[in-house]
Design a binder for this molecule. Structure first.
Ligand SMILES: [Zn+2]
Length: 258
């Protein structure tokens, strides 16, 4: 079997036997793979910090016939997230959410250049020291959008009217609060909302609309240092992800307890 050489992000690892690990990694060239890293649980196994979650690596691996697992031959750090991850608990949790969403959402062996580039810019912004809430929200927004289940941000899913009827500013600055629910694919206006729906604030929808047209590195960090910023937007996006995946993300519960 030929060795494949790729640029990748480590998404997670788990132990295998006494000295090996299995790494799940997203390559730019071939999509997502799982591979056995021999000796990776030993201190002198040759991997160092290369298998830490979200490390950007050069990886060489080969597929084995009739086996789902590949064998990792080499894995070298290009850019490490370890300093950023150890900066504070919120950042480390945010990074766990980023890795888990990519791991659970992306199908195996399917190339996705847009997601790979999204990870590159999001992780760069984290390393530059932006409060985690900005890159995390931007990432969730684009993962939901690229996966094709972002709700229509301007139209009520129940009555079909504009969520901001009567507001004519373009871009609209004074949006109305709208409503979402885990069972509902779309957003609802206040006339169509029912008990038990959560509110998506005017600010949240404005930030979401800005993320559609503004690259992450052009969004100012001001106002993003609190976890309350866009918390409703993240909750709405995570609900869409979980509804699509049909299970609850482990890292999300920790994020909510923060
Ligand atoms: Zn409506």
């Amino acid at each position: 079997m030929p060795v494949r050489d790729a640029e990748a992000f480590i998404l997670r690892t788990f132990p295998l036997k006494e000295s090996d690990k299995i790494a799940c990694f997203l390559t730019r060239e071939f999509g997502k793979y799982r591979g056995v890293c021999r000796g990776a649980r030993r201190t002198k196994g040759g991997y160092g910090a290369a298998l830490e979650p979200l490390t950007h690596v050069r990886i060489a691996f080969f597929e084995r016939e009739n086996r789902e697992l590949t064998t990792v031959d080499r894995c070298e750090v290009v850019t490490s997230m370890m300093n950023a991850a150890s900066a504070d608990y919120a950042t480390s949790l945010g990074l766990s959410v980023i890795a888990e969403v990519a791991d659970k959402l992306l199908p195996d062996h399917e190339v996705n250049e847009r997601v790979f580039r999204l990870l590159l810019v999001v992780l760069e912004r984290v390393r530059e020291g932006a409060p985690i809430w900005l890159p995390l929200t931007y990432y969730l927004f684009w993962m939901v959008r690229l996966a094709g289940f972002l709700p229509d941000l301007l139209t009520c899913a129940a009555c079909g009217r504009s969520l901001d009827s009567g507001i004519v500013n373009d871009p609209p600055l004074d949006l109305r609060p709208v409503f979402f629910h885990p069972r509902e694919e779309g957003l609802r206006c206040s006339d169509c909302a029912y008990a038990g729906m959560s509110q998506l604030s005017s600010l949240a929808r404005r930030l979401a609309l800005a993320m559609l047209r503004t690259p992450l590195n052009a969004i100012p960090v001001e106002g993003w240092d609190s976890k309350e910023t866009a918390q409703d937007l993240r909750r709405c996006l995570l609900q869409r992800l979980e509804a699509h995946l049909e299970f609850r993300l482990q890292s999300r519960a920790l994020l909510e307890e923060l």
